[in-house]
Design a protein around this ligand. Sequence first.
Ligand SMILES: [Zn+2]
Length: 249
Amino acid sequence: MGAVPLLDSVWLVGSGSHPDALTDPHDCHCYLIWDGSGGVLVDTGTGLGARAWLAAVAEVCDPAALSGAIVTHYHADHAGGAAATRAAGLPVLASAETAAALATADESRTSLAAARAVGVYPSDYRLAPSTVDRVLAGGDIVRAGELDVEILDAPGHCDGHLVVLLRHAGRTILFSGDCLFAGGRVSLQAIHDCRLDRYAETVNALAGREVDVLLPGHGEPVLRDALVDIGRAAESFRRLVPPPNVLTS
Ligand SMILES: [Zn+2]
């Protein structure tokens, strides 16, 4: 268990499924961007594996040198570690919607109560409330050492979802949270704020960018020609058909 190098300056430091980066089975993939002088984390997991997650980060860098942790969206498998992030002395960066939900650990807004009721999370799991230190919106830039990380609005999977774009070493890398997955799949759930029309707009906009690498919140990464995968999802939406769902019944 530890930090798994993925690309130049990018590591997988937490996961619910990758055997070498496993932090807790309920965690999303958590990424570290680090250029040798500074960096930033993308997503925080549930918090259940926070100790292992922070230990994996410390294998690569001094966590105190990081700009903080960007939370892509307020679902507990991505945002639950926000409180642990702040307890470790690092700022949390997220959208206004995520900030509002985390402030009160709102189990309705985040759909945690519904997800826990059907066994997605342990019955005793609770979202720890957290302050968001910097509210992000599309177009914002987060400094990560010498690198600039661009924030894009990406609603559809849920309200306030952000994705993260890193241009580095001749490649454009998209940290897509739960917005897009390998094979052009998406994550559709029967929850209050999963919005197909917004999802289609988001994916179509992403298909217009020169993305080479897709690092999703779950499942396999796409390490080259990611625009093929993104374009597949966009083409499906353009035909008014939801793309294949990463979640299965
Ligand atoms: Zn989600």
